[in-house]
Design a protein around this ligand. Structure first.
Ligand code: AP5
Length: 212
């Protein structure tokens, strides 16, 4: 299964991708997670990316397409993958099409999660993440532990781009630069949409039903 989980910041792409990965055994590929790893390691790519991510702007297409080309070439992607947060521009979607063509492969589905802007602002300003392993929490859904339930590190914090002003900027960037991909994938007959403003498990069940 080769799948794109599509949607604005905070609709729950990462949360749902991790659940599908556990069931289907195919990797979640989050360009946001890859960029944050690069930023933490202080690599040249990370240093270049940080100035964009901190402001809630998109990292240039060429950098992102290099990351994806490298990642999709890894053996664990052979049985399939879930793209989370990629593509985000028409140029990236075209680059992906070209890359998959070279690999004699193609997408099976693009599933768009839909959540209203105010619910997104509330979710993201309440999100906490483990700086060490990326585990995601939300103060509205649970009590935040002192150490990460996944890796045991005392490294749970708020992402730099999860402040209200930056969240609203990211939503504007999504509407201008990423939302046009809905038509791109609708025209290719790949797009399916679901209401993401429900309990995590309800969204997951509908998603799995669409993929069956
Ligand atoms: P990225 O990390 O991809 O951020 P994003 O798309 O803004 O998405 P998020 O991770 O914020 O949200 P999500 O939809 O995964 O939601 P989550 O499951 O965590 O990108 C960050 C930055 O990197 C970008 O701004 C850009 O600068 C750069 N970048 C990345 N990819 C790029 C690309 N392709 N091109 C250019 N630049 C790129 O859920 C959010 C919260 O809600 C969590 O706390 C969760 O617990 C909670 N939650 C989830 N589901 C539910 C539910 N059903 N009900 C209630 N709460 C829920």
């Amino acid at each position: 299964m080769r799948l794109i989980l599509f949607g604005a910041p905070g609709v729950g792409k990462g949360t749902q991708a991790r659940k599908i990965t556990l069931k289907a055994g195919i990797p979640q590929i989050s360009t946001g997670d890859i960029l944050r790893q690069q930023i933490r390691s202080g690599s040249p790519l990370g240093q270049k990316a940080k100035e964009f991510t901190d402001q809630g702007n998109l990292v240039p297409d060429e950098l992102i397409l290099d990351i994806i080309r490298d990642r999709l070439g890894k053996p664990d992607c052979a049985p399939g993958f879930i793209l989370d947060g990629f593509p985000r521009t028409v140029a990236q979607a075209e680059g992906l099409e070209q890359l998959l063509g070279e690999m004699e492969s193609q997408l099976d589905a693009v599933i768009a999660l839909e959540v209203g802007d105010e619910a997104i602002v509330q979710r993201l300003s309440s999100r906490r993440v483990c700086r060490s392993c990326g585990e995601v929490y939300n103060v509205l859904l649970e009590e935040i532990p002192k150490v990460c339930r996944h890796c045991g590190e005392a490294a749970i914090e708020q992402r730099a781009d999860d402040r209200e002003e930056t969240i609203r900027h990211r939503l504007g960037v999504f509407n201008r630069q990423t939302a046009p991909l809905l038509d791109f994938y609708r025209e290719r007959g790949l797009l399916k949409s679901i209401d993401g403003d429900r309990a995590v498990e309800d969204v997951h069940q509908e998603l799995m039903g669409l993929l069956a």
